[in-house]
Ligand binder design. Structure first.
Ligand code: SAM
Length: 247
């Protein structure tokens, strides 16, 4: 039987494709990709010319049997997504679950992942964190999801698009209060930026400089219980000062 390789590809900087990933992609019988045009370009850049098959949320069910048949013929198959690690807010879960249940070999080829890259350089606690993918697009649903998460003690991590980043910061401010947020923008790319501050500070920064709300984002939120939360300490200190002035 062949194996399914779950292969991470770059999230911006093409040098982040690993040597092992390039080797695997160059040697499989078939590569399942989210978007054949997008991945075709990437693979050509690396000199990989293997047959491609599209696999996305609308046809994943249908592809399972086809990929299982390849494996049963002894052919190896690779799965990649548009960027980063497949299955992390990307297609592939149904395929991997079904193939694993059927007893097939599934081999991860690790590499770039925006969540891990962002967290590793954020300065937020990483001993315990939870990842929640994209928050809902609608504000009411987004707010209730944040309400569910607001009291959790671990670092919270989300993916976000440039269209919604300011709305999301506003909802974080409303529901989670003055809490330290770190935004990792355009990781591994030319305009890679880490911004840190209370949600209100980050919103006004984006108002002053709209370029700061462009590109791809990982949003990281300090956990509720953190004892070394300077933002909370500052806010508490400011409240005391305000109260004293008012007196
Ligand atoms: N599978 C990918 C991974 O391993 O990170 C994530 C795919 S998900 C569809 C795309 C989202 O990931 C973007 O909206 C953004 O939140 C995040 N992302 C991807 N690349 C990024 C980058 N270079 N910088 C910051 N965030 C990124």
């Amino acid at each position: 039987y062949g194996a399914l390789y779950v292969v991470a590809t770059p999230i911006g900087n093409l040098d982040d494709l690993t040597a092992r990933a390039a080797h695997v992609l160059g040697n499989v019988a078939l590569i399942a990709v989210e978007d054949t045009r997008h991945s075709g370009r990437l693979l050509r850049h690396f000199g990989v010319e293997r047959p491609l098959m599209s696999l996305h949320e609308h046809n994943e069910h249908f592809r399972i049997a086809q990929i299982a048949a390849c494996l049963e013929r002894g052919e190896d198959v690779a799965l990649i997504s548009d960027a980063g690690t497949p299955l992390i807010s990307d297609p592939g879960f149904l395929l991997v679950r079904a193939l694993r249940e059927a007893g097939h070999r599934i081999i991860p080829i690790p590499g770039a992942c925006a969540l891990i890259a962002a967290l590793s350089a954020s300065g937020l606690p990483t001993d315990s964190f939870s990842f929640h993918g994209f928050l809902p697009a609608k504000s009411s649903a987004r707010r209730s999801r944040l309400e569910m998460l607001a009291k959790r003690p671990e670092t919270l991590v989300f993916y976000e698009s440039p269209h919604r980043i300011r709305h999301t910061l506003k909802d974080i401010e409303g529901i989670c209060g003055e809490r330290r947020v770190v935004l990792a923008r355009e990781l591994t790319k030319t305009f890679e930026t880490f911004l840190e501050g209370a949600p209100a500070q980050l919103q006004s920064l984006m108002e002053r400089d709209p370029d700061q709300s462009r590109g791809e984002f990982v949003v990281m939120l300090e956990g509720a219980d953190s004892t070394h939360d300077e933002t909370a300490v500052n806010v508490e200190g400011q409240r005391l000062v305000d109260a004293m002035i008012a007196e």
